[in-house]
Every structure is written in C-alpha cells, then in structure tokens.
Design a protein around this ligand. Sequence first.
Ligand code: COA
Length: 167
Amino acid sequence: MESTPPTAAMAFRIRDYRPADFDRLWRIDQLCFPAGIAYTQMELSGFITRRNAITLVAELQCQTPTPDTPPIGGFVVAHPVRAKYGRILTLDILTEARRSGLATSLMMECEQRLRSLGCTDVYLETAVDNEPALRLYRKLGYEILRTLPEYYSSHALDAFQMGKRLR
Ligand SMILES: CC(C)(COP(=O)(O)OP(=O)(O)OC[C@H]1O[C@@H](n2cnc3c(N)ncnc32)[C@H](O)[C@@H]1OP(=O)(O)O)[C@@H](O)C(=O)NCCC(=O)NCCS
C-alpha cells in the first residue's frame, strides 16, 4: 500500500514496516519521548512482532536512502484485540518532519487496517500535558474517555484514554 498526499509540505509515502527499519524506529522513539516513557528495544520489538500487529512507517521522499538510515520520518504501531477493537501503542514523528501530515496519514491508514480486521473501536493513551497529540487526536475524531492516574509512573504523569468509533 502506498499513499502520497498531494499537498504535503514534506513529501512522504506510507508503507508497511520492514525488519531493517527496526533500529531507526527505536531511535525515533528515543527522540520523541523522555527516558522512562520511551520504549526499550525489547518493548518496541515485542509490540511490532506481536501477532497481527500493524506497524506503518512514513518514508520521506526527499532524502537519499542508505542502508544505515532508512529515510523514515515517523511511524505508528497498533494491534487488534480479539478482532473487536484496536489499540494504538505508539505514534512517533521526528521533530523536523512534524506539521506535514505524517501523523494524520499514519493514523488514517492504521484505522483503515483495523477496520478491515473487524475492529469497531480504537483506543489510545496520551499524557494529559501532550497538547500537540491531544489536538491531533481530537482533529481525528477521538474523545477523552477517562483519566488514568500516574499512567506514566516514572514521571508521576497522568494519561487520558481516548477512543473513537471506527465506522
Ligand atoms: C503529536 C505528533 C504525533 C503529531 O505529528 P505530526 O505529523 O506533526 O501531526 P500532523 O502534521 O498530522 O498534524 C495534524 C494536526 O494535529 C494538530 N497538531 C499537531 N502538532 C501540533 C502542535 N505542535 N501544536 C498544535 N497543534 C498540533 C494540528 O491540528 C495539526 O493540523 P495543522 O497542522 O493543519 O494545524 C508529533 O508531534 C509527535 O510525534 N510528538 C512526539 C510523540 C508523541 O507525542 N506522540 C503521540 C502521543 S502517544
């Protein structure tokens, strides 16, 4: 599957994850989240290799790919739970690739994949102070369902659980 939005400020395409992407994805996650919230390699690998996991990457079109650094600007990992609902496990966009629609495109394609697996709802968690993410998710139609106290325990930080019907 490939999709390239015609009006994006930064050209990119959405594609499926390949094992060669792993190190790059883990490094992006380290850059996107503080220590204690960013995933360990083992955690991220566990999510990506989970049965039926959906991992999509946004590949930038403006860089020359090299074997060491696939030109990836961001990624999303999700998984379906009993083919009933989907959970977004992480969504990460490099600082320099933000506000070009990468997260929106990744989320929309991910939701489509979850729908095709039979999921009727999708859920995610995000820190209560993550204003960019809250704005993004609201724009995509997610609503706050409840507050999860100290969800990010290493930072004594609450999270909102957000959700959306997949129609
Ligand atoms: C939150 C995040 C995923 C957004 O990615 P992105 O590719 O920049 O998002 P998009 O370009 O698709 O933005 C879509 C909309 O979200 C909102 N938005 C995104 N970033 C925003 C910001 N910094 N400030 C205000 N609104 C923002 C806007 O409404 C934006 O639309 P607009 O650009 O037309 O105004 C990115 O900032 C990120 O990776 N942050 C660190 C990791 C993280 O917080 N992940 C999500 C929580 S689990």
